[in-house]
Design a protein around this ligand. Structure first.
Ligand code: SF4
Length: 348
């Protein structure tokens, strides 16, 4: 189930009934402030709510201040191994630090928590199948879902022992089923917000499908308060895929949903080209709208009656257009359809 507790990450609420936020991670060199800022602006335009940057060197962690002053979405510092880099990142304005307690010692972990508390920022406890604590791995012999959850709960307990319950948790595995199982179990064990995502899911095409399968199963169960799709590709693609997944579950307030048919012998307008053009132009628009494009009257009228903009073919090269469920144009030449959509979308 969705988490009961809520955290505030640089102004974005996570958990406790807040809208599910979309995250990605930059792949520029963080020290290259101009390139990193440019990429953050790109992902923000694509609909990203929170961005994470690697702080793997002192220079990278020190660059955060300059980066944060030039962007408008919250920035999470991604830290591994070196607790001092987390401290530098926090002192340079990080809105959250993502740490992996499995790859640092407890005194460093405690120092990070103390510094986060001083600055009032949340922590993301990131448990990853590739870096479990030695004793847990010895107990389970493999990074299965029980091992991952045990690690997460062990670190949750440490956060409470440190007296700082301002955190979210992520459990990541590159295996779809393990990731689903682990996050389902975690949601039953913890009340803290959960960051979900399939790690290292692969190149854009196959990674999109694997991530959709994983996040789809979890979101369907109400598990997940913030998501990241992890692809070997442009971070902008990750954001677009994340948005599409949320759209599929009606979890994105402002988004254009395109309903289009697969086409068949009855098709009398070019649905494939039209739906692609509409998606390219409006797929990322942050506005709530349903647009249906169907090749013939079979399902065309029914879908149009339930769409903001409904288009369906009535004879070769000619469509009928509905607006907000009512007939708007009884005939529209195929070549004019995009112009009509351009006008109507302004009034949706
Ligand atoms: S809506 Fe019409 S054109 Fe499209 S797949 Fe169905 S029957 Fe074929």
């Amino acid at each position: 189930m969705a988490s009961k507790l809520q955290i505030n990450l640089g102004g974005v609420a996570i958990g406790g009934g807040a809208p599910i936020s979309i995250q990605t991670m930059t792949n520029t060199k963080t020290e290259d402030v101009d390139a990193t800022v440019a990429q953050i602006c790109q992902v923000e335009s694509a609909g990203c709510d929170i961005v994470r940057v690697s702080c793997n060197t002192k220079a990278a962690a020190e660059s955060l201040g300059k980066i944060i002053s030039r962007v408008s979405i919250p920035v999470v510092a991604d830290i591994h191994f070196h607790y001092k880099l987390a401290i530098i990142s926090i002192e340079n304005g990080a809105h959250c630090v993502r740490i992996n307690p499995g790859n640092m010692d407890e005194s460093g972990f405690r120092e990070i928590v103390r510094c986060a508390e001083e600055h009032g920022i949340p922590i993301r406890i990131g448990v990853n199948s590739g870096s479990l604590e030695r004793e847990i791995l010895d107990k389970y012999h493999e990074p299965n879902s029980d091992a991952l959850v045990e690690s997460a709960m062990l670190n949750e307990k440490k956060m409470y022992d440190f007296g700082y319950p301002n955190f979210k948790i992520s459990i990541k595995s590159s295996d779809v089923k393990t990731c689903i199982d682990a996050n389902r179990k975690l949601s039953c064990s913890s009340e803290h917000p959960i960051h979900v995502g399939l790690t290292e899911s692969g190149p854009v095409f196959s990674g999109t499908i694997k991530s959709s399968a994983c996040l789809g199963a979890l979101l369907c169960d109400g598990v997940g308060d913030t998501i990241r799709v992890s692809l070997s590709g442009d971070p902008v693609e990750e954001v677009k895929v994340g948005r599409q997944i949320l759209k599929a579950f009606n979890l994105l307030d402002k988004s254009v949903n395109i309903i289009s048919c697969p086409t068949c012998s009855r098709t009398v307008i070019n649905v494939i080209e039209l739906s692609k053009n509409i998606e390219d132009k409006y797929g990322n628009l942050q506005k709530k709208a349903n647009i249906s494009i169907l090749g013939c009257v079979v399902n065309g009228i029914g879908e149009a009656e339930h769409s903001d903009i409904g288009i369906f073919g009535i004879k070769q090269g000619v469509a009928k257009i509905y607006f907000k469920g009512k007939e708007y144009l009884s005939t529209c030449e195929e070549k004019d359809i995009m112009t009509v959509v351009d006008e109507l979308i302004l009034d949706v």
